[in-house]
Design a protein around this ligand. Structure first.
Ligand code: ATP
Length: 849
């Protein structure tokens, strides 16, 4: 039984914890997570690796035991490296899922708290408003015009209204509130809910394959075929030339293992996932991995104003009343009780009268708390003021109507108060109260009032008008008619400090920032100008103007518009479509439930983490944890960095692998002995492919990354000359390695020494090349090497590995190498450094031109 005490104060935290341990958490049974062992075993799920293991075992049985063991160890080490990468990715994705978990508003210990929906328990009181998702099943004990979308359960897309006083008063987990407000008393949670019974899993983060990964998957198949062909040719040529069949076979397979970039597609996911955790540190929570790729192409960012471009710290500065404007910094308002009642009674703030500091005692929308603070500095005075009235009916604020109304009982009277956007409120008024007398609101009076509002808006003030009436209170549409106009409160909401820089950064990066707001055109323009989003008045357009033009005309117009004012959520959808038709990649922010369609339509839908509703968050591909515009810009920058890094390691891996294959291929074409043994090939792969490639994946941004134009969305990963860079460098690495091998032979060195020269040259040219891959535009002289310490470390580790197999006698025995002398190092450094030097000089001279 739920006790009376619980209904008003909710559960106590202690009781809630007790119930959680009795009834369990409010969650649907989880998908099985993949265990670390399975992830490790999956590393061997590759046909070529099995062929290599089989070939190794056979050659081991035929006598080459030491070689066989070494190869197997290398295979296992490779698998461990793959495992570490994949496990990290899995972990960071899991952490993200937890963060993206929905929250809800609950009354506990008599105060409103926001908790993770998973912590909701039986007997909790949940406060629900438009856009909220119901966290568990329960009964409405209070409701005000509440309408629920139950399509998830019933498939029926029409909203269902609920009434706490009638039979239809059940709310179900997973359904969403379309409009109105209510309090739900939870009676079943987790798997006992209707949703649990249907066992419909609501997975929060979609792990769609990114388009890039798909493209790389298919490219991978082509590369595999190509590699296998070359390896087969090398093997067959070797056999024809009288080499031992098993040795050549092992060589061919080792070459295939080393050369096939099987990890390429997977490494893209790793880079995306690592990027996603970096973005999270900057307060951008990515819900859909592919969005990271698209972010880098963003060419238009449509941003809400309030809270995103501005601080959402409202302070009422001016009040227009009785025909004149009062500056609250200078003028103390006295005896304006009717407008005070309208703005305080018609207000959805929650109070906690136990707290004496008024700033902390008020909870709610800053627009609303500001209005109360304009009149009250003292909590006790406010308490006695609000205790004089009891709300009996309300029509909540919604951003399409831009106003709200309440009926309150004051003593024996019932009074209707309204507040909202001035022109909407004036529309509903027939009279005006001035100096205690009610006068007709004539056209001339309206004009006079409008000119004051215009002046206030020009000063960047967000204006809210108030009105009231005492008689004819019928709970119908006519309620909001024939009201008496009271006045206007103008609040200042300063721009966020970091926004000016972020806007400038956008412009340099070829991205157009656009303000979309429900506020007045002049207020919006004043703020937009102050943060350099626009310069002239003709760059603004209103919702009304959007209504009057066709989609075609809107598409033509949007190019020059930087501010959309007095728009309603449904206009946002048309705006996104218009920008998209102009071939833009559009990012669009939103918070309210009505913003969801526009967010879905945008290439990058962005929901607000603080003010956003569950519905918008679910439709979005990214959530801003701090509701800040600057965070969008950093996310775009991060998107560009990740894409660049993916190009960097693709360039590195493919050119190096091409170099390895070509070394062997050219040698067999020219009837030379094999420049590398199977073990050596596998070693080169281990030393160069793993750590340096991963380190490239976390490379910091090129310093001019936000000075470039956004790339085209459909652009292939190899665009802008990447293919030719890979092919040319791959060929040069192959040729130089072979030349190093042949130089050894010319000097009459034995085969083991020549092979050591080839191996060292191959590794060193790759380790030098990895630094060049850090930038496509700058030479090595312009890149600060230590800005990526991971890469320096990875390269050092690889060099230590090479030196170990040269100079530690046991290892040099295993890998059939010899310790190189100074002169021989000279050969190695010459052949591995020559292309590097020429290329760097070329880039350096080019950049100085
Ligand atoms: P955005 O967040 O999209 O930048 P906004 O927050 O200014 O814009 P809305 O919240 O839709 O847009 O507000 C539009 C207008 O509605 C405001 O200019 C104001 O006049 C009025 N308004 C805003 N909040 C309230 C409220 N709580 N009660 C009454 N009127 C309001």
């Amino acid at each position: 039984m739920i006790q009376e005490r619980e209904i008003s104060r909710g559960l106590s935290t202690k009781e809630a914890e007790k119930r959680q341990s009795t009834y369990g958490l409010n969650e649907l049974s989880h998908k099985k997570k993949s265990s670390p062992i399975l992830i490790f075993l999956a590393q061997f799920n590759d046909f070529i690796v099995w062929v290599l293991i089989a070939a190794t075992v056979i050659s081991g049985l035929m006598g080459d035991t030491a070689d066989a063991i070494t190869i197997l160890i290398i295979v296992v080490v490779n698998a461990i490296m793959g495992f570490v990468q994949e496990y990290r990715t899995e972990k960071s994705l899991e952490a993200l899922k937890e963060l993206a978990a929905p929250t809800c508003k609950v009354i506990r210990d008599g105060v409103l708290k926001v908790i993770n929906s998973i912590e909701v328990t039986i007997g909790d009181l949940i406060i629900l408003e438009a856009g909220d998702r119901i966290p568990a099943d329960g009964t409405f004990i209070e409701s005000s015009g509440i309408m629920i979308d139950e399509s998830l359960l019933t498939g029926e897309s029409v909203g269902v209204s609920k009434d706490s006083k009638k039979g239809k008063n059940q709310g179900f987990m997973g359904t969403t509130v379309l409009k109105g407000r209510g309090i739900l008393l939870i009676d079943s949670i987790g798997m006992n809910t209707e949703m649990g019974k249907i066992a419909n899993l609501l997975d929060n983060i979609e792990e769609d394959k990114s388009p890039l990964r798909e493209r790389l998957d298919s490219l991978g198949k082509i590369l595999v075929a190509l590699c296998l062909t070359i390896c087969a040719v090398v093997t067959v040529l070797g056999i024809l030339r009288g080499n031992e069949i098993t040795e050549m076979f092992l060589l061919g397979v080792s070459l295939a293992v080393a050369a096939i970039p099987e990890g390429l597609a997977a490494i893209v996911t790793v880079a995306l996932a690592l990027g996603v955790s970096r973005m999270l540190k900057k307060n951008a929570l990515v819900r859909k991995l592919p969005a990271v790729e698209t972010l880098g192409c963003t060419s238009v960012i449509c941003s809400d104003k309030t809270g995103t471009l501005t601080q959402n710290k409202m302070t009422v500065k001016e009040i227009y009343i009785n025909g004149k404007i009062h500056d609250l910094d200078k003028d103390q308002l006295t005896n304006h009780s009717t407008i005070m009642k309208a703005l305080v009674y018609c207000n959805d703030c929650n109070y906690d009268f136990n707290i004496k500091n008024i700033d902390k005692a008020l909870h709610g929308d800053p627009t609303e708390t500001a209005l109360i603070k304009a009149f009250f500095k003292d909590v006790n005075l406010l308490k006695s003021f609000v205790s004089n009235a009891k709300r009996i009916y309300d029509i909540p604020f919604d951003s399409s109507r831009k106003m709200m109304s309440v009926i309150v009982r004051e003593g024996t009277k019932e009074v209707c108060y309204m507040k909202g956007a001035p022109e909407r409120v004036i529309d509903k008024c027939s009279h005006i109260l001035e100096n205690g007398t009610i006068k007709p609101l004539t056209t001339q009076k309206k004009k006079q009032v409008a000119s004051y509002i215009e002046a206030m808006s020009n000063r960047a003030l967000r204006c809210i008008a108030a009105a009231y009436k005492e008689s004819n209170l019928v709970k119908s549409e006519s309620l909001e008619n024939n009201l008496i106009f009271l006045g206007v409160a103008g609040s200042i909401d300063p721009p966020r400090v970091e926004v000016r820089d972020a806007v400038l950064k956008c412009k340099l990066a070829g991205i157009q920032p656009v303000m979309i707001t429900g506020d007045h055109k002049n207020t919006a323009l004043a703020i937009a100008k102050s943060i350099n989003i626009c310069n002239t008045d003709d760059q603004a357009m209103t919702g009304e103007e959007i209504e009057t033009i066709s989609d075609e005309d809107l598409m033509k117009k949007v190019k020059n518009v930087r501010v959309f004012a007095r728009v309603s959520p449904h206009h946002k959808l048309r705006i996104v479509k218009a920008f998209k038709k102009q071939n833009n990649i559009v990012a669009m922010t939103g918070d309210g439930v009505n913003d969801a369609p526009a967010i879905k339509e945008a290439d990058i839908g962005i929901a607000m983490g603080i003010s956003g509703t569950d519905v918008t968050k679910e439709a979005a591909s990214m959530v801003l944890m701090d509701d800040n515009f600057a965070t969008i810009v950093s996310a775009v920058e991060e998107g560009r960095v990740i894409y660049d890094n993916i190009r960097k390691f693709i360039r590195y891996l493919l050119s190096c692998n091409l170099g390895e294959v070509l070394t062997m291929f050219l040698a067999s074409l020219f009837y030379l002995p094999n420049p590398l043994t199977p073990i050596q090939i596998l070693f080169v792969n281990l030393a160069t492919d793993g750590l340096p490639a991963i380190a490239l994946g976390v490379d910091p941004a090129d310093k001019d990354i936000m000075m470039q134009q956004p790339r085209e969305k459909g652009e292939g990963i190899f665009a802008r000359g990447l293919w030719s860079k890979i092919v040319v460098r791959g060929c040069l690495i192959g040729i130089c390695t072979l030349l190093s091998f042949m130089t050894g032979r010319l000097y009459g060195m034995d085969l083991a020494t020549c092979r050591t020269l080839a191996l060292t040259t191959l590794v060193m040219s790759q380790l030098l090349h990895v630094f060049e891959c850090r930038s496509e535009r700058h030479s090595i002289f312009e890149i600060k090497v230590f800005t990526n310490p991971y890469l320096v470390l990875a390269v050092l580790v690889s060099m230590i590995m090479v030196c170990s197999i040269l100079y530690i006698p046991f290892l040099s025995g295993v890998f059939n190498t010899v310790p190189l002398r100074l002169f021989q190092w000279g050969i190695v450094l010459f052949y591995s450094g020559i292309i590097f030097m020429i290329n760097s000089l070329y880039l350096f001279i080019k950049s100085k031109k």
